[in-house]
Design a protein around this ligand. Sequence first.
Ligand SMILES: Nc1ncnc2c1ncn2[C@@H]1O[C@H](COP(=O)(O)OP(=O)(O)O)[C@@H](O)[C@H]1O
Ligand SMILES: [Mg+2]
Length: 255
Amino acid sequence: MAVTNDVKLVVQDLSVYYGAFQALTSIDLTIPSGAATAIIGRTDAGKSSLLRSLCRMNELWGGVTTEGRVLLDGKNIYGPDVDVTRVRRRIGLLARRPHPFPKSVFDNVAYGPRLHGVRQRNELDEIVKRSLKRAALWNEVKDRLQISALELSPGQKARLCIARALAVEPEVLLIDDPASNLDPVSIAKIEDLILELKEFYTIVLATDGLQQAGRVSDYLAFLSEGSLVEFGPTSDVFARPKDKRTEDYITGRFN
Ligand SMILES: Nc1ncnc2c1ncn2[C@@H]1O[C@H](COP(=O)(O)OP(=O)(O)O)[C@@H](O)[C@H]1O
Ligand SMILES: [Mg+2]
């Protein structure tokens, strides 16, 4: 278990509203660096809203109000002089059920780097290879980088989307519900991958799968109805939940 004292993200008094509806209420949360933090909770608890607000993706929709602060390495990503493109590059989001672009495997991974101005073919080759290796997909696709990404299996597509996210070298990887819609073998591969990736990246994972959170996360944050109920090392929260609501959720899920 990677237990660190270094902090990557600090969420302070974060509230998110969709129009008049308050989806997150005054969240305070410290996310350790170089570890995996799982955000757990029932459907509609606010897990996806929290992930999106950690990389300024909520505001892509109209009518969303965000209050509070999110400090990345001590600096507020909602501050006045912030380059949002750079924030989204440093903090990558893998949305729930991500889709590859209808392009080649190579072009999917090269997409982000090209957008950020990388033009040289040998540099792109290197980035694509490194990202696919890191996403544990290289061996399966190295001889067919030019085929359409849509020809890959669902599990390979999921890892391709991870490679695409890694290609711009983020520091934080936000992963929304990686098990959604995948078969058990593909899920196991993704979980193994998360365990490897947390050596290099700070990972925040939203899931309603408690077993999955137990397998891959070092820290656990339990959300209920838009509020943070409990946060701590995963093993502590499982063994000794402090709040009755956490206890009910955990026992309800395992029984
Ligand atoms: N874009 C949106 N517009 C309006 N309401 C939303 C939007 N996204 C989420 N919500 C609402 O916010 C609450 C939290 O949703 P969400 O963050 O998706 O929870 P979770 O990921 O835990 O299921 C839900 O009540 C949901 O209906
Ligand atoms: Mg969700």
